[in-house]
Write a protein that binds this ligand. Structure first.
Ligand code: BYC
Length: 475
């Protein structure tokens, strides 16, 4: 197992010291990253001591340690999962051939595009979340936010390393651009839609970490299958950090639901107004936020039919998540049944060659994975004796990419008239009034052990420490 070298300016397990040119290039990029972090990273708390985990090994057992760190001093580094000896390409036309340690010239531009797209999401999410610390519901949540943020920063490092090490001058230019585009910027926005949406409240943050970080999980799983071994190894290690981000989302939503149910019992009603008057978030509003973030995250998988996805699969560049669980790694003779609008207000089925449907295959795995939280939250609601259930809307609802782009579809999947969509969408998606109400709840709570009134106290510990621990020390 390779050790992580923390003696160097850039911690790494890639023997950076053995390649002076690359080391110098990355040391040149490092201060730019830090400037970006100070300017567009978490607002106000750069001097605070935050109880953070830092990777110390790439081994799944005991890979991190915990301690107080000022965020700008976090040891962002370059960590790749250990190399698998004699690893072979696991899918596509090149199945069974040795994986690549260098980028083949013919796949250079497509690999660069994927790495840049992946890399672009990481700083984007930090930018989206930069003001949340000012309204955190507890110190525990503040720490979790910062943990997620520093790790997204490290994931950016992972992609920047690949660009610098394998793509020469273009790679260095792309690395600069990753710090030049900004979430929501009118002139230089982030590449993918969801990463330009504002995350200005904690309900959105938990939805984002539940749904959008889970897109991250599935994209990273697909890239972890890549024949380009340094990319596969980078993604394998990123997945270990990513798991916690989704946990933050699931736990956060679960705690909100729990608090809402307590209030519903207190006021003896499911009535949204009554729940809001008592300072909690009604289930109908939670459902509207689910509808928004789930549909936005579905778009991140690309179109159901994609020649990009087909050639990425054929060429061994991007596989399916958990490729080994499939029997047929060539996927040449199979088809995937997809639903498309029939052009007359109805729907028809289309059989798409499997390779062209790889985005849809990945999206379906993501959707199935999203169900878990809903089973748990609905169990809580049921136990409390209430009728409402939270649910995932139809994948056809509010899509902006693919066959259902711009189609008027209700959350239950039925195709409706455009006028009906316009009049009813306020009941399905967060309205301005919802936003104003949620913002009115967002008041900072930073006394150890105290929690805002709209969310239940955390039940989970951080590294064996109880929720009333002083996770962030201000100065
Ligand atoms: N918004 O053939 P198509 C994460 C573009 S999240 C805007 O349908 P393709 C994280 C697409 O780029 C994971 N544009 O799809 C989470 C293409 O443009 P070009 C991020 C979009 O190419 C939380 C065109 O439409 N990682 O890690 O097979 C916090 C036609 O595309 C969108 C990745 O995404 C959209 N939603 O697949 C922090 C992995 N969707 O090239 C981090 C790398 C599609 O024609 N990316 N387009 O100009 C990919 O694998 C692919 O680029 C995509 C699209 C899956 C995104």
């Amino acid at each position: 197992m390779s050790t992580l070298n923390y003696q160097e300016r850039i911690p790494n397990n890639v023997d950076l010291a053995g390649n002076r040119q690359l080391q110098r290039a990355l040391e040149h990029w490092q201060p730019r990253f830090l400037n970006w972090w100070k300017e567009l990273g978490p607002e106000r708390y750069q001097d605070a001591d935050v109880y953070l985990r830092t990777a110390i090994s790439v081994d799944e057992n005991g890979w991190a340690n915990y301690g107080y760190v000022k965020m700008p001093d976090y040891r962002w580094g370059i960590f790749l999962a250990d190399q698998e000896r004699d690893r072979k390409i696991g899918f596509g036309d090149l199945y069974g051939q040795p994986v690549w340690q260098q980028v083949p010239a013919e796949f250079r531009s497509v690999l660069r595009r994927l790495i840049v797209t992946q890399g672009d999401t990481e700083p984007a999410s930090v930018e989206q979340q930069r003001l949340l610390g000012l309204t955190c519901p507890s110190l525990y949540d503040l720490r979790n936010l910062f943990q997620v943020n520093v790790e997204e920063g490290r994931h950016l490092w992972a992609m920047v390393y690949l660009l610098h090490a394998h793509f020469g001058r273009d790679g260095r230019e792309e690395a600069e651009e990753l710090l030049a585009r900004h979430s929501g910027d009118a002139d230089k926005p982030r590449i993918l839609g969801t990463f330009n949406e504002p995350i200005s409240d904690w309900l959105s943050f938990f939805m984002f970490t539940y749904f959008t970080d889970r897109d991250g999980k599935y994209q990273l799983k697909s890239l972890a299958e890549s024949a380009f071994d340094p990319l596969a190894r980078s993604c394998r290690f990123m997945l270990m950090e990513e798991a916690y981000h989704m946990h933050v989302g699931e736990n956060g939503i679960g705690r909100i639901v729990k608090r809402t149910l307590d209030v519903m019992r207190e006021v003896g009603s499911e009535d949204p107004e009554a729940v809001r008057r008592a300072g909690a978030i009604d289930l109908a509003t939670i459902q509207r936020y689910v509808n928004f973030w789930f549909s936005s995250s579905l778009d991140l998988f690309g179109s159901e039919q994609s020649s990009n996805a087909a050639s990425a699969f054929a060429n061994g560049i991007k596989g399916r998540p958990d490729e080994t669980s499939f029997e047929d790694h060539l996927a040449l003779d199979q088809v995937c049944d997809i639903e498309v609008p029939d052009g007359t207000g109805g729907m028809r089925h289309e059989a798409v060659p499997m390779r062209n449907a790889m985005n849809e295959v990945t999206r379906r795995a993501f959707i199935a994975d999203c169900e878990g939280g809903f089973i748990r939250w609905n169990r809580l609601i049921q136990k409390s004796g209430f009728e409402t259930r939270l649910f995932l809307p139809s994948p056809r609802f509010r899509r902006a990419i693919g066959a259902w782009n711009g189609q008027p579809v209700a959350p239950d999947g039925s195709i409706i008239a455009r006028e009906a969509w316009e009049t009813r969408k306020g009941g399905w998606l967060p309205t301005e009034a919802d936003g104003a109400f949620i913002r009115s709840l967002m008041r900072q709570v930073v006394e150890p052990g105290k929690v805002a009134g709209w969310i239940a106290p955390p039940a989970r510990k951080v590294n064996h420490l109880d929720a009333d621990y002083e996770f962030v020390k201000f100065h």
